[in-house]
Design a protein. Sequence first.
Length: 925
Amino acid sequence: MEYDFRNLESKWRKNWQDRGTYHVKEDPTKPKYYVLDMFPYPSGAGLHVGHPLGYIASDIYARYKRLQGFNVLHPMGYDSFGLPAEQYAIQTGQHPAVTTDENIARYRQQLDQIGFSYDWSREVRTSSPDYYKWTQWIFKQLFDCYYDLKTDKAERISTLIHAFEMDGNSNIQAVTDFEGQFTSTEWHAYSAQQKEEIIQAYRLAYLAESWVNWCPALGTVLANDEIINGVSERGGHPVEQKRMRQWSMRIKAYAERLLEGLDRIDWSDSIKEQQRNWIGKSQGASVSFAIENSIESIEVFTTRPDTIFGVSFMVLAPEHPLVNQLVSAECKSAVEQYQKEAGLKSERDRQADVKNITGQAIGAYAIHPFTGDRIPIWIGDYVLASYGTGAVMAVPCGDQRDYDFAKYFGLPIKNIFANVDITEQAYTEKDAQIAESDFLNGLDAKSAMIKAIEAIEAKGIGKGKTNFRLRDAVFSRQRYWGEPFPVCYQNEIPELISDDLLPIELPEVDKYLPTEDGEPPLARAKKEAWNHFQGERMEFNTMPGWAGSSWYFLRYMDPSNENEFVGKEKVDYWKNVDLYIGGSEHATGHLLYSRFWTKFLYDQGYIPFDEPFEKLINQGMILGKSAIAYLDSEGKMHSYDLIAHDTSQFREVRILIDLIQDDESIDIDALRKWQPQFEKLELKTNDQGKILVKREVDKMSKRWYNVVTPDDLCEKYGADTLRMYEMFLGPLEQSKPWDTKGITGVHGFLKKYWRLFHQNGQFEVSDGAPTKESMKSLHKTIKRLRDDLDRFSFNTGVSSFMICVNELTEQKCNNREVLTQLSILMAPYAPHITEEIWSKLHGDNSSIFDQSYPVFDEQYLKESDFEYPVSFNGKLRFKVSLSVELTPKEIEAQVLGMPETQKYLEGNTPKKTIIVPGRIINFVI
RNA sequence: GCGGAUGUGGUGAAAUUGGUAGACACGCCAGACUUAGGAUCUGGUGCCGAGAGGUGUGCGGGUUCGAGUCCCUCCAUCCGCACCA
């Protein structure tokens, strides 16, 4: 009986489905464990071998936890709103929902063949109205809340309005963009529009005119995390700054808590650091500088208030609102010229142009608050309008950029550090004594900072302040395939649509393009195409991709609840995700937004935890190995080894990697059939008559022809082999190129494992007592595997199995007891083959997944006997894989008694004995 | 520039608190069986050396009886952020 993985795997997959093996229910008698994968966007290209990597790891862990007696929630779904389906719709007219359904069907089929233990009855799709109903509902809650700094959490807008009605805004401490003051009387006198305008400045989901990243090619705005190096993440199109009225999320309100929460969760340092950088907290002070001959003042933010006596000029961003007011007549044209040039530069050019120092004096002067000195005011594009106050107090001796600026324009550089040389560059360390600074003289940076802030506050010109780099996230997109907002407009005031009318479904449109007037595609929908049309008009924007993915992990707990986004008893039972696996590319997007929403829902009492993902593992990317062939100007293909030293005269073409043999040469016949352009291809072959190619590691992608799909591998080797091989490749978190060659090793291992149970083609196991040797192999494996899984080292786990099976094969062990235990150990890794073997061992009525995970017995791990002297070199060193129960004294006595030892000691008495229990013993003579 | 990570055979990689470096697997070499094999099995395989032996975890130092592991300097590669005041 051969290892017939094809029949066996499909048989068990069907069995699991029929029996509902992976359905889970809340069960208060068992501890819960929640294992989650980042759900995929179902793209048209289907899965390649990289996608399931994390899914396999999480599946193994979920099964392991289940065997350990946990009630494991392990669901899967689809992040099914997104650009590609919409782009396809624009080209073909096919409704994105149709494309999406087709893609999901394909994904499901591909996922199913790998044998995951997902509870598919809990599937969610962000594009399904049953689901986005609750995305809309959460949006409504955000719209209806503000962040109160006294209670340090989100509170209802009604509370705020009540306070306004009683006392105006004088007693309010909240996160807001509103800067004025009003009394209760004034509040009552405001028009509805004016009131709403003020409230918008407090709402957590708000509408505001702001600078946004506009991507003309995609026809939509983008959030900061959707832009990489100044171009759009999707498609790589240029992005420009544009002032638009858009929905935003006041994520800034949660900056401090998002930072603090990182200390409580088990994520990699690199992701935590990325989030910390993104939030970008810096502490310092804001200081107002009075302006000569003007009632205006300039507020700056500085992290170095201790260097305030080193200020020798100020720099404003070219867009700073005061520039045009303050500019002197003689500087006006130069300033305008400079502003124009700065405005022309895209964000990207400005970043690329870091080395060029540019700037322009505006002919106005500020007054130093302590010395009364006149400080020239400049504009320069190294100061960003969007950070801090858009203005800096320049301290050239303590900041390199200020220093370079001062040198370039010949501005004064005042040294306020004792015994520090600043003739070449600024001194940016904080360990020098402050000098030339009046009341700060002689202090170190830290105490100077405190004293400076005290002085600034005493003078009433500023205060200690914390600044964040994190900016509010733009929440609207001018696209069709996203969640519609549950918002309509009446007199241009946004109004929420009531809960009982949700979901607001996506209306049908004739085209998926913006209208001729530049309105988003939803503006094309006729009034009757909306399932609920309210007010004068509906909101035409849709929500961004991250809306649905910010809370999906909650919906799995209660996926078909029609009355709540998640039932209270369900979320109280399952709580947050214990293990979350997914790529690190979401570090500052999804992973930050879901933390934000979770904290908000926690504040409002809907869920009992404020961090969504307890432990996070970022699986590495699986890369493809492209095959590159070289064509000369006549279109003749040359073998790579003939031209390797100079490829400049050749054109590179990427060849489908399925046509590559032995990792390096092209199957010529197959190549001719592959594409018409190669049908009559002329060749310059090497000595062996081959055409070699260059291999290069790229992202796995259809356009590089380097995709390896799980389908072919499952067909050829089976799902269990694929699962174990993907784990065997190396540490989960590392990126690595895919190489199919090694898969035969894992496949051979499974065959070997199968053979343990079969003699002469018949299933045959022995029932006697196992040998001590076999028990030792088994228990060593149990121990190793527990350790491997507890530290998420899936690759060493596979090796442990290989070692065990090699040993048992050598021992000719086919003992039922040993093999039963081994099978349970292997079940999470290779569920199909182990289930088949289980049914042979114990009948069809019991499932291997209902067993409990083996526990190792210390007695089998003990070794005995001293082995041999290792070296002699002034000291004598022994390996003594020794009994655990011996005391160090006993070990010493035994070793000293050995004739070998005496020979080396030559009658000396050791001066010192060093014993490493269970390992090595050294004598120093 | 700042921050994070990683450097171990021909390759992917092990080495759990410092304790026989290279487990396990691929590849390669030799052999067995076979009409054949991209099947199976056996043995070998870090490097130098015929051998004994020497040497070896990016470089150079240090701590230690003992360092891939800990500390310092440097180098290389990858990732993230980047004029953030």
